[in-house]
Design a protein around this ligand. Structure first.
Ligand code: ZN
Length: 680
């Protein structure tokens, strides 16, 4: 039997016969309340089915002889209850709760569940011990005992399952309906139009959509505009709306009458609310046309493609504020609500004969959720650059589809600075930048432009970068105020106001790091964590780390990536450090009687030079600034044994101006220049 069939089987469970069950095995579908470990180290999966088990009139009697986890035997939560399910059980009583002892192989599954998940529990043993009613899932798998705990996929479309899930969502909030319905008594003009920071509303569901970036939007209408007509017209231009470009799919399709009504009256009749975290569970239980109360919506203004836009968010958690989406029960008698419901119905009657409603052109290709990627271009006036010209490009959101015809749209437009919200700038130090926190990925001069260490403006970087920065910038440490350079340890989060940052090795040059920004301010700006790569080398060593110490990165859903890149050419073979070294040594050996000039930046290739000198057994002369910086980083400390040689191998300052390089060769006759553009 397939999982789908087994789930369907579980959905057949009849609560009313449960009372009579004893010493049998049964299968059922339920929603997770919590997972608990007892003092004797038994593991209990606690679930509910949004009703009492057995006929209600027997439930009290039954409750008296049912095994229960009490405070005395409770040890700790493996999975704490979602506060809403927790409160519902408190309200309806323990007879709504099933506590199932879980044994052996099934305990593994418990580690992966969350409160609110829907599970298939296959082959649960209903037993009794000393006249106490017990439930257990014993060891053994699907194949041998037809026994399992399985997650039910969110998109499982069986109508019976959808109904069950809807019932859970409704019962969960039914008992708080009085307080929840307060928004019905509000005056739209006064309360909604101002878009106070946080507000509640009652509305009718238009649809639920997922965008290409994986955001979920609850779209509602209120059968009227928000606020007075004149003010509303101007508001329409500044509201955020889901467009065809970013639309991916419907989770709940619009009822055609509501669709036509909004189309007729204008988009300012529509409110689109980004829904995060646990509140997304409710979205799947909605139908277009349902009435919902949405509590604690956050209205913010932010710049989207340069335009000030009003955005509505329902952040995750927030039980303190009763934050959530509460379906209004059909039998709600609140007079205000009744009136409102009638208004909606009357208006929709006008659109009964409009036919099928079409809104977005639905693409049939398969889409993947990629983060929004910004590719950095540091192309600058040539005389200013020391590092190789790199390309930085902003990739538009369209790169999200993996299909062949969208591959073309992956080309990106230049993007020359990283500013995250109003707080953070990365590798961007112009005096104009008013952001309080400046971060530096590494000390190459194309990333430090505008950085003034004497200006008493703090810069955050890795400890190695902090060590060499004054020397690289040519500033006497005496002139740098205390606290200007802030070294941040790698691989652990550092907290700032409204965000945190984690640094990790970018595998580019000494001290080079990537920055991972997370937190409330970052979510508000990008909708999730943001990664700034800086220059990096994604070779085997680096990629292996993604499976090791950096594996937390692969689990993150990045909302945005700022990608620095040197070439951004997919067809270009990029030599490994090892093969680059081999070529270098071979070339130097081949030119036995020639002096060799190796143009290099002040920072980088220290190990390459050490190794090369050791293998060739020839001294390599390094220019003063580079040597001093390398020594700060503990390079060139060990003596390398060399033979006497008739020619000179010399590291010279790397010039970007090709004429300067030619001049250099001409001025030093009998010399060869190697590795002008190595990218090593
Ligand atoms: Zn660099």
């Amino acid at each position: 039997m397939s999982l789908e069939d087994r789930i369907r089987n579980g959905l057949e469970f009849d609560d009313d016969t449960y009372y009579f069950l004893s010493h049998v095995y049964t299968s059922l579908v339920a929603q997770v309340h919590s997972v608990v470990v007892t003092q004797k180290n038994f593991q209990y999966l606690r679930v509910w089915r949004a009703r009492s088990f057995g006929p209600a009139k027997f439930s009290e009697e039954r409750e008296e002889c049912t095994y229960r986890i009490t405070q005395d035997i409770f040890k700790f939560y493996v999975v704490p209850p979602d506060p809403r399910i927790g409160k519902a059980i408190e309200y309806f009583g323990k007879e709504y709760l099933l506590e199932i002892a879980v044994y052996d192989n099934h305990q593994e599954v418990l580690k992966t569940v969350n409160s609110g998940d829907f599970l298939l529990l296959n082959n649960v043993h209903v037993g009794s011990k000393n006249k106490i009613h017990t439930l257990s899932i014993h060891g053994g798998g699907v194949t041998d005992y037809n026994r399992e705990i399985a997650q039910i996929p969110a998109d499982f479309a069986d109508p019976k399952f959808r109904l069950f899930r809807r019932r859970c969502a409704r019962i969960m909030v039914s008992y708080i309906k009085e307080s929840v319905l307060q928004p019905c008594q509000m005056d739209d003009d006064k309360n909604y139009i101002r878009f106070k920071n946080y507000f509640d509303l009652v509305a009718q569901v238009h649809s639920v959509v997922e965008t290409k970036r994986g955001f979920k939007y609850l779209r509602v209408w209120r059968a009227r505009q928000l606020g007075t007509a004149e003010r509303e017209k101007s508001k329409e231009n500044t509201m955020f709306y889901v467009t065809t470009d970013i639309f991916k799919s419907y989770i709940v399709k619009p009822d055609s009458r509501i669709g036509h009504a909004v189309k007729h009256y204008g988009k300012h009749y529509l409110l689109e609310i980004a829904v995060y975290g646990n509140h997304q569970n409710v979205l799947q239980t909605l139908n277009s046309g349902d009435f919902v109360v949405v509590k604690n919506i956050h209205a913010t203004h932010k710049s989207v493609y340069g335009n000030l836009t009003t955005i509505l968010d329902l952040h995750e958690d927030g039980t303190r504020f009763n934050r959530g989406i509460y379906p209004v029960p059909n039998n709600c008698n609140d007079p205000q609500f009744r009136l409102y419901q009638r208004t909606c119905r009357r208006m929709l009657e006008l659109f009964t004969d409009e036919g099928v409603f079409k809104e977005f052109e639905i693409e049939r290709r398969i889409s993947l959720n990629h983060p929004h990627v910004e590719l950095m271009n540091r192309s600058l006036p040539r005389e200013n650059i020391e590092e190789k010209l790199s390309e930085v490009v902003e990739e538009s959101v369209q790169a999200e589809s993996s299909s062949a015809d969208s591959e073309d749209t992956m080309c990106a437009k230049p993007y020359s600075k990283i500013e995250i919200g109003r707080s953070i700038a990365v590798d961007y130090f112009t005096k104009r930048s008013k952001r309080p926190y400046h971060f530096l990925t590494h000390a190459h001069t194309d990333h430090t432009r505008g950085l003034d260490l004497t200006a008493a403006r703090p810069v955050y970087c890795s400890p190695q970068t902090a060590l060499i920065l004054p020397k690289i910038m040519g500033v006497d440490p005496k002139h740098i105020l205390d606290g200007t350079i802030h070294p941040l340890e790698l691989m652990r989060p550092h907290k700032f106001e409204g965000f945190q940052v984690t640094l990790f090795d970018a595998n580019h040059c000494p001290g080079s790091v990537m920055f991972l920004f997370e937190g409330y301010l970052i979510d508000e700006f990008a909708g999730g964590p943001v990664l700034c790569t800086g220059d990096f080398r994604a070779d085997k060593t680096f990629m292996n780390r993604l499976d090791g110490p950096l594996n937390f990165l692969s689990e993150l859903r990045l909302a945005r990536v700022y990608l620095d890149n040197t070439y951004f050419k997919l067809d270009l073979e990029f030599p490994t450090r090892k093969s680059a070294q081999k070529i270098l040594i071979k070339e130097i050996k081949a030119k036995r009687d020639k002096n060799i000039l190796i143009p290099l930046h002040r920072l980088g290739r220290e190990s390459l030079l050490e190794e090369t000198s050791r293998i060739l057994k020839e001294p390599i002369i390094i220019y003063k600034e580079k040597l001093e910086i390398a020594e700060l980083l503990n390079h060139f400390k060990k003596k390398i044994e060399t033979r006497k040689s008739n020619r000179k191998i010399e590291v010279v300052k790397k010039e970007h101006n090709i004429l300067k390089s030619v001049y250099l060769i001409l001025s030093r006759r009998n010399s060869r220049i190697l590795f002008q553009n190595s990218g090593v």
